[in-house]
Design a protein around this ligand. Sequence first.
Ligand code: FAD
Length: 310
Amino acid sequence: PFDVLIVGGGPAGAAAAVYAARKGIRVGVAAERFGGQTNDTMAIENYISVLETDGPKFAAALEAQVRHYNVDIMNLQIATKVIPAAEPGDLIEVQMENGGRLKARTVLLSTGARWRNVNVPGEQQYKNKGVAYCPHCDGPLFKGKRTAVIGGGNSGVEAAIDLAGLVEHVTVIEFAEQLKADAVLVNKLHSLPNVTVHTNAQTTEITGDGSKVNGISFKDRATGFEHHIDLAGVFVQIGLIPNTEFLKGTIELSKFGEIVIDAKGHTNQPGVFAAGDCTTVPYKQIVIAAGEGSKAALSAFDYLIRTPIA
Ligand code: FAD
């Protein structure tokens, strides 16, 4: 069995693997796609000490660093179930889609998350070519340009307020009759001079010139009237879905499906830790996921040295 079995090989899982391996214990990483969401990123400009890199380069560097250590990397592996220890010190089992069963004294879950798509024409075609999901990451790319935010919940309105300070103009498009964000955010949004809000509006298409976004079309749901706006960027802010469906019923999840962790990365099950975008940790970012993964690995090591084998 492994001392630490990490499920997920994004920044959180990779950092956990490096920290755990450096303790000289048996470490495995089972991941569907090593690098996780960073594979889909164009430019990364906010990972501290690295002025600029791109996603595939960053993902390759993550894997190279983990391979430098004695870590058993199992790529293209999808976990489908975790069977917790009957009592602290017992082995934990992770079942895989291919029928395999991995056993470990501790398990560290770092399965990340995925952005909810609006599923309109143009979204896939112009991903990273004007269609963006993370204002902290890509906001500065649209400095001085016109943008839209799809979604008027807390994340959409926060994104619009954030972008309004960077870009020329922000159009917020909300499907429902009213913005769903907290009143204080809505008030702040309405106080900004360079923001227009359309409620009861259904995005129908993100348009482009073949190489990048040049506009957005939406329908006024009350009148049926179609609008088109010229702009350079569209931020889709209609939810981040944690990859935790396979944990339902075994590990405590929040109402948003995030794994509930404490400050040290413990879940509600002994010997099971979690880190990164799949957890309740606020702010889903690479540098945060890496820090959380490191922390959870140190917590797992702490558990190993304190918990006698059952
Ligand atoms: P992930 O990166 O999501 O990795 C999850 C891992 O778990 C993957 O290896 C995946 O294959 C695996 N996995 C999932 N389910 C299973 C399963 N059942 N069994 C086995 N393996 C599984 N952040 C920044 O800081 N800066 C940026 O510039 C930036 N730009 C971004 C641009 C885009 C387009 C996107 C989508 C995200 C961006 N982010 C950026 C956010 C950042 O990528 C995430 O916060 C970060 O990758 C989270 O790391 P993680 O390790 O928690 O999860």
